[in-house]
Design a protein around this ligand. Structure first.
Ligand code: ADP
Ligand code: MG
Length: 247
């Protein structure tokens, strides 16, 4: 089955009463199955791009295509293949972890006969099986992040959009989540937005460098190092492109 997402000259201008801010200035790229790191400092436009891809925000111009079809015209057909882990944590404190995942499964229209098993499986992937009966009010920040990652994985999405998924995780949890994502990427598209180079340097097949709403480059970590910081690391590439103050 073909799995491809294309962005065509995507722009976003936020207009408030007094100010107008260009968050995306014409971003185009095509991605097939693999793990992609969307790397850039705060304010680069990562969340804006992800919100447009997932249909939570309208672009000012440009379009997003899934297998050649405009996602805006696909509606729920696109939502069915999409998993999204938002940057902010809007969780229902009185829910238990299991109830939250079952709720998300229902929103995704996963048949009830499958939902319980799927919840079990995604919880295992993020190492939360033994915490599912606890209320979310008692979850740590890291547990909430992992629960959101598990929620995004429900329904076997073909494209997974994750906005700063490792924020708030301790080093061990970061490594674990990275490994999970790498395993899942062989037959689907995973885009991970981050400003933390180590989140993506050893697992991403390609890195998309986003600076002030523009795509600076898209290439494998090795190719980027060769081009921008020969003999160095991806961290050096980041510093070369975004400057010391962003480190
Ligand atoms: P990132 O996720 O890379 O940190 P964002 O997409 O959140 O970047 O933001 C890109 C730019 O757009 C920033 O300058 C930010 O201040 C601005 N921005 C984001 N959301 C809004 C909004 N709702 N209204 C006005 N400006 C916004
Ligand atoms: Mg963001």
């Amino acid at each position: 089955m073909k799995r491809q997402i294309e962005l065509y000259h995507l722009t976003k201008i936020y207009n408030n009463q007094k100010t107008s801010r260009k968050a995306l200035a014409g971003v185009s790229f095509t991605l097939g199955p693999g793990l992609y790191g969307l790397l850039g400092p705060n304010g680069a436009g990562k969340s804006t791009m992800m919100n447009i891809i997932t249909g939570n925000l309208d672009a000012t111009s440009g379009k997003v295509l899934w297998n050649g079809k405009n996602v805006l015209r696909m509606g729920r057909e696109f939502r069915r293949v999409l998993g999204y882990m938002p940057q902010q944590q809007n969780l229902y404190d009185s829910f238990t972890g299991r109830r939250f995942l079952l709720y998300i499964a229902a929103l995704k229209e996963i048949p009830r006969s499958d939902a319980a098993l799927q919840v079990q499986r995604v919880a295992e992937l993020v190492h939360l099986s033994s915490e599912l009966e606890k209320r979310l009010a008692a979850y740590s920040g890291g547990m909430k992040q992992r629960l959101l990652a598990a929620a995004a994985l429900l329904g076997e999405p073909q494209i997974l959009i994750m906005d700063e998924p490792t924020a708030g995780l301790d080093p061990k949890e970061r490594v674990r989540l990275r490994q999970v994502l790498a395993q899942l990427a062989h037959d689907r598209i995973i885009i991970v937005a981050t400003h933390v180079v180590s989140d993506v340097e050893h697992v991403a097949s390609e890195i998309l460098l986003l600076k002030e709403g523009q795509l600076v480059d898209q290439a494998s970590p090795a190719a980027l190092i060769e081009k921008y910081a020969p003999g160095g690391t991806l961290e050096d590439v980041y510093l070369t492109i975004f400057g010391e103050d962003e480190a």
